[in-house]
Design a protein around this ligand. Sequence first.
Ligand SMILES: [Zn+2]
Length: 340
Amino acid sequence: MIFPFTAIVGQDEMRRALILNVIQPSIGGVLIMGEKGTAKSTAVRALAELLPDIEVVKGCTFNCEPDGFLCSGCLERLKKNESLERERKKMRVVELPLGITEDRLVGTLDVEHALKKGEKRFEPGILADANRNFLYVDEVNLLEDHIVDLLLDAAAMGVNTVEREGVSFVHPSRFILVGTMNPEEGDLRPQFLDRFGLCVRISSLQDRASRMEILKRRAAFDAHPEAFLKEWAEEQRALARRITDAQQRLPAVSVTDFALERIVEITTSLSLDGHRGDIVMMKTAQTFAALKGEPSISMEDICEAAPLALRHRMRRLPFEEIGKESDRLSEVISGISMGI
Ligand SMILES: [Zn+2]
């Protein structure tokens, strides 16, 4: 039994970042940085219960999107004139364990079977399970380099290709990457850091009332988990409904020139590399607007989106202390919102 997402005390920014990604997966995931024992993993695992359904090709292990990019298996079925039926499946949180092997990640191809029988037999890996789902890596900064490279490749292409002795198998692999890490235990490579759409930093709650509430809820859950889940069921249903409502409203939220100008004003003031920050910030602000039921992106949405989308993309200035780049970001944002 999993502790309910809505019963987590505080850590609003982390919860919001996760929910935004459920509503709009193309935001590109979230990196959660914080010391041990700050409910990072609890929150990610608890997210599973709130995830909506997606439409997939019936019987396909790779969750192929019926009108999207199809795996080699679905293509073979089409070639044989089989029709691809559709079904609805709940999105999941798939975990990637730290010591994973390359084969377990990308999957393996049975070449002998292909040569003898003329048909492809593919043993799916985690990248197959992860397609259109959340892919969660706890202690992501401890992941081995060659595994990170494979993840980066799949994330950049949106597909996973396994090739052996002239036989190949291809399947879509678009996942929402969620990583948690304790920054005291090492950094992430800049290319990997940039792959995460959003970044949140969390710390343990310091006020007494919140800490007591954490203890009370934990004790209640441990003593009578079923009763506790029942108590939070309505809250959980309400949040799941807010998520699906926001998803439906999202395409209609207009992105005005006013909003784009403000976004670019912020990103150019910070001299960021590349354009990924701008794009993620726009999508995040749009998703905030959808969540609040607004017709277009407001300045408030932009101010809320900026730290989530930009914090981990800012270069530290020479002699600047760790964490001080966030102060610089806040100054820029408040300067711009005061100016309008
Ligand atoms: Zn398929």
